[in-house]
Design a protein around this ligand. Structure first.
Ligand SMILES: Cc1cc2nc3c(=O)[nH]c(=O)nc-3n(C[C@H](O)[C@H](O)[C@H](O)COP(=O)(O)O)c2cc1C
Length: 190
């Protein structure tokens, strides 16, 4: 059962409200302990049939990140172009926003809830990161490149695994303004 204690509830809500998708990072790298704590938080997520289908890859190699960004950009821009959207296509644009770490949550499992499990682990990890002053941002635009067999193998993801949730991590540079949300769209309240 979840413990409800007023002070802790407030602290928890503060973390929920202050999480942002961070797109500006200082050069300071995350150390091993910080990354270990984030992974320990990720695996506390709920998981269908208690399958725990997630697996984690951590990439800190900036040259490798640049190569993946360069591969990911044209694929992503082409898809956006086809859907009629305009994006920053400048050659210097880094799809990973200068973050020093890319974390990829993958799975070799199949089933209707595998992706949900991995995304729940991702959200746990991003909230824990926020609580510890670490910035994060999901980089869905990198997924098509991460699915390329050569790219997968270059970052140590075995062929039988499927990348699901790419997340950049690092210490934020400056403040990230809050984004707005529409009010909850309630379909029924019976
Ligand atoms: C599945 C998913 C994919 C996303 N992909 C990207 C991305 O490729 N690049 C990026 O900068 N932000 C990406 N984001 C972050 C969203 O743009 C961001 O969550 C949204 O604008 C709301 O802002 P907030 O997270 O700061 O509240 C992604 C978020 C999700 C959930």
């Amino acid at each position: 059962m979840c413990m409800i204690m007023n002070e802790k509830t407030e602290e928890f809500l503060k973390v929920l409200k202050s999480r942002r998708s961070v797109r500006a990072y200082s050069g300071r790298m995350l150390d091993r302990d910080a990354l270990k704590k984030l992974l320990d938080a990720a695996i506390l997520a709920p998981t269908a049939m208690h399958e725990e289908p997630w697996a984690f890859s951590l990439i800190h190699d900036r040259d490798l990140l640049k190569k993946i960004s360069d591969l990911a950009k044209p694929i992503f821009f082409e898809r956006l172009h086809r859907s009629g959207r305009v994006v920053d296509a400048s050659p210097d644009f880094d799809i990973f926003h200068g973050a020093g770490t890319l974390l990829v949550i993958s799975s070799k499992h199949s089933g209707p809830f595998v992706d949900a499990d991995c995304w729940l682990a991702a959200e746990n990890l991003m909230l824990a990161a926020c609580a510890w002053g670490i910035g994060s941002c999901v980089i869905g635009s990198a997924l098509p490149a991460l699915e390329i067999p050569e790219v997968k193998s270059s970052i140590g993801i075995p062929a039988e695994y499927r990348p699901i949730a790419p997340i950049i991590l690092g210490y934020p540079q400056g403040e990230t303004p809050a984004t707005s949300r529409k009010p909850p769209h309630i379909l029924s309240w019976i």
